[in-house]
Design a protein around this ligand. Structure first.
Ligand SMILES: [Fe+2]
Length: 531
């Protein structure tokens, strides 16, 4: 039970899951140490805050966490090294990249299946992922209310299934469990969930010189998976995609994988195989959300835009900006002018006492800072076999006010939104130093920050009694770097002022994303949980 200060509203009752990162240094049985060197490669740990709040009474918050990669850690202790996929490890030089790539992107029939706790997967969490049973075998549909299953996800096509309460790893699923065609090894960690139907959309990338992106839908009602369209284009590192009311939008931005692998053979890590390819446009593919067997049209339009790199899409919605009754799509994301930001997350660039960190935290160094960008894809009902249309850049936000790890009121997913919440990096620390609320309509921002405190993703929980888009709270796990302790911060989403907090008696390893599942609520329909 955590010490709670201030107020946590009754509608926050439920569970907040957070992905986090555990140890990065392992003492091995041979007397040595194994150390990861990139933030994305720390061993996976998942955190769970259970909130019980009743109007007029003090809230109770209980906390548990689990190292969900403990089996992998045991193997590292025994072997003295890590075999398998990492984001940026400096690899054992006797293992060629192609061997590694083969294990990551081309599963072989002879490849041993790891135990559920022998993987390190920890970027996003999905509740009640359709098409998969509790242990990751094909199954579903799920009960509408309550969290029945938890899937822990990353940018590969593997899902680690966890017990929703103990967080014990209980199964692994590949996307081939959803559909046999989804045999590629890459996917977006941010699958998109329709806020009305709960259907989940994502892509599966079959790696190779000419990549094959299979964009698919998993029906929440039936658990059935349909491939909506297949796009052939050079493989790129894509962490997220968009959905609108009627379309899936896959943008292949400019974080391309090196073709041929010559540089990769030298560098021996996956991160160094990603390069910023600004010699080509960013490509946008608009795909009908309805499966072709149900009358869907597959790929309906394609566009090209200025090059950029992105981790996180924010939201997309259909509009009628062009006039003539044509439908346009407006798409918001956080864009970067290079892939430098990926290199920023090496530990030597993040630790505040590291000499390398200074250059990255310098506010004048904008190379690794993103900005919010809005693109318009005009007149989507065109023949997709024609030359790609031009996507236009409608607006570009300020570099010191980009809402990273962006969130919004889940009811606004696929609809026109006004407010975006996120973490902000103004150069006061080596990582996110504040939370921001950006008002798109007024072009203004409000921030929350505290000296020496590093913030995590701000998850919006809507007040069911409010009609306002910003009627609700934000939940963020914050590290008090001065006291060396973390706490669950509760902010008013309207004012961005603290209204409550729950102190954790220790550090919650800084991770990426999470989800809040409200007690007794239709999980698929109202919370857009499969983010
Ligand atoms: Fe992410």
């Amino acid at each position: 039970m955590l010490d709670v200060h201030g107020t946590i509203p009754a509608y926050a009752s439920g569970v907040l899951f957070r992905t986090g990162l555990g140890p990065r240094v392992i003492n091995t049985d041979n007397g040595g140490t194994f150390q990861t060197n990139h933030w994305f490669d720390s061993f996976a740990q998942v955190h769970r805050f259970q909130i019980e709040a009743v109007r007029g009474q003090p809230a109770k918050v209980t906390y548990n966490s689990r190292l969900v990669s403990d089996g992998l850690i045991e193997k590292v202790k025994k072997d003295g090294k890590l075999n398998g996929f990492t984001f940026a490890a400096k690899y054992d030089p006797c293992m060629s990249f192609f061997q590694k790539l083969q294990s990551v992107f081309r599963p072989s029939a002879l490849e041993p299946t790891p135990a559920p706790n022998e993987v390190s997967v920890c970027v996003t969490i999905s509740a009640n992922f359709p098409g998969l049973a509790r242990d990751g075998t094909p199954g579903g549909p799920h009960r509408k209310t309550g969290v029945t299953t938890i899937a822990n996800k990353t940018d590969a096509s593997i899902l680690q299934m966890l017990d929703p309460e103990s967080l014990e790893p209980i199964g692994l699923a590949r996307q081939t469990n959803l559909h046999p065609a989804l045999k590629g090894r890459a996917s977006a960690t941010h699958a998109k969930s329709d806020p009305v139907t709960g259907d989940v959309y994502n892509y599966n990338l079959d790696f190779g010189r000419k990549g094959t992106y299979r964009v698919f839908k998993v029906s929440a009602e039936t658990g059935k998976t349909s491939v909506l369209a297949t796009v052939s284009y050079a493989p790129a590192y894509l962490h997220s995609l968009f959905i609108t009311e009627n379309y899936v939008v896959l943008c292949i931005w400019n974080s391309s994988y090196v073709a041929g692998g010559a540089k990769v053979l030298l560098d021996q890590n996956l991160l160094d195989s990603i390069y910023y390819d600004d010699k080509r446009p960013a490509m946008w593919y608009v795909i009908d959300k309805k499966p072709t067997e149900e009358g869907g049209k597959g790929l309906v339009a394609q566009y090209e835009s200025e090059p950029f790199f992105c981790f996180h899409t924010i939201n997309a919605f259909e509009s009628h900006n062009s006039g003539d009754g044509d439908v346009d799509i407006l798409a918001d994301l956080v864009a970067y002018d290079s892939t430098d930001v990926l290199h920023r997350f090496y530990f030597e660039n993040l630790l505040s006492d590291s000499p390398a960190a200074k250059a990255w935290s310098d506010p004048e160094n904008v190379a690794a800072r993103g900005s919010m960008r809005r693109f318009m894809l005009p007149k989507i009902n065109r023949d997709p076999s024609q030359r790609p249309l031009k996507a236009t850049t409608c607006s570009v936000g300020k570099k010191d006010a980009a809402p990273e790890l962006p969130t919004l009121n889940p009811s606004k997913v696929t609809r026109k939104h006004r407010y975006v919440y996120g973490t902000v990096d103004t150069g006061k620390s080596t990582l996110a130093d504040g939370l921001i609320k950006h008002d798109i309509e007024l072009g203004t921002s409000q921030t929350w920050s505290k000296h020496g405190h590093t913030v995590g993703e701000a998850i919006f929980v809507a007040d069911p009694d409010s009609d306002l888009e910003d009627g609700g709270i934000l939940l963020s796990v914050v590290l008090d770097g001065i006291e060396g302790r973390s706490y669950l911060l509760v902010l008013s989403a309207r004012t961005m002022e603290e209204i409550g907090r729950a102190d954790v008696p220790g550090i919650v390893g800084h991770g990426f994303h999470g989800l809040h599942a409200r007690s007794g609520v239709d999980v698929e329909g109202t919370n857009a949980l499969n983010m």
